[in-house]
Design a binder for this molecule. Structure first.
Ligand SMILES: C[S@@+](CC[C@H](N)C(=O)[O-])C[C@H]1O[C@@H](n2cnc3c(N)ncnc32)[C@H](O)[C@@H]1O
Length: 229
């Protein structure tokens, strides 16, 4: 397995904010352990086995924030298995609330760094991945903290099955340009957009996220849909 060539930076700030409500704390204490993905060695986790029933595939969302997209997709695709990673407990608690309220049974979670989770997956084990509005780190000296870097792209290419889709979205122009270059440079992804509308118009199967709605970036949201060759 390829080891990251860049030094590893912590990519996110505090993993907790204001205290959780009693209900949220209860879900974190009681529901999260039932849905949590066990820690394994590198490349040892076969994600499909986390889901008892046969599934149509395993989709992964990295940095799901408040979980609007993950919960939305999981309800739209009840026969698909969903895995989400997010270090921020407030976001995890929000997603747990949505799971509880909507009877969602096809989601498993990792509260923590997605890079560790991705490293634990076996080769070609994920059918689809989403990285939506990741922390932009717009200052030049902070760019190395961005999630999408060449070494992470290498890992994504390793865990995605041939034909799997990878969706990256951002509203920061520099991140869009660099992510596009990093993913294509890997050589194992194709991107068949032809005109601006192909990346400017949210894909028909997209579920709007909270950060997308905030419009904090320096450009309109850009959606890059890659296919693992
Ligand atoms: C700008 S927010 C976007 C959240 C969500 N995707 C949305 O669009 O609303 C970026 C999220 O990525 C999470 N994050 C940052 N570094 C991460 C990492 N290494 N692994 C997993 N999640 C990470 C942050 O905690 C935060 O919730």
């Amino acid at each position: 397995m390829t080891e990251p060539s860049e030094p590893r930076h912590r990519l996110y700030g505090r993993a907790a904010g204001k205290p959780l409500s009693k209900r949220q704390q209860g879900l974190v204490d009681d529901l999260l352990p039932k849905l949590a993905i066990p820690e394994t060695g590198k490349g040892e986790l076969f994600p499909a086995v986390l889901f008892g029933a046969a599934t149509k595939g395993v989709w992964l969302e990295i940095g799901f924030g408040g979980g609007e997209h993950l919960a939305g997709q999981a309800q739209l695709h009840r026969d698909t298995a969903f895995i989400g990673a997010e270090p921020f407990v407030d976001g995890v608690a929000k997603l747990l609330t949505a799971i509880d309220e909507n009877g969602i049974s096809n989601v498993r979670l990792r509260r923590g760094d997605a890079r560790d989770l991705v490293a634990s997956f076996s080769d070609a084990s994920i059918d689809r991945a989403f990285i939506l509005f990741p922390d932009p780190w717009p200052k030049t000296r902070h760019r190395k903290r961005r999630l999408v870097q060449p070494a992470f792209v290498t890992e994504l290419a390793r865990i995605l099955k041939p034909g799997a889709k990878l969706r990256f979205a951002t509203d920061w122009a520099d991140y869009a340009n660099r992510a596009l270059a990093d993913v294509l440079r890997d050589g194992r992804f194709t991107w068949d957009a032809e005109r601006a509308d192909d990346w400017r118009i949210p894909p028909a199967d997209h579920v709007t996220t909270r950060y997308q709605e905030k419009r904090l970036g320096d450009c309109e949201p850009v959606f890059l849909d890659f296919v693992r060759a």
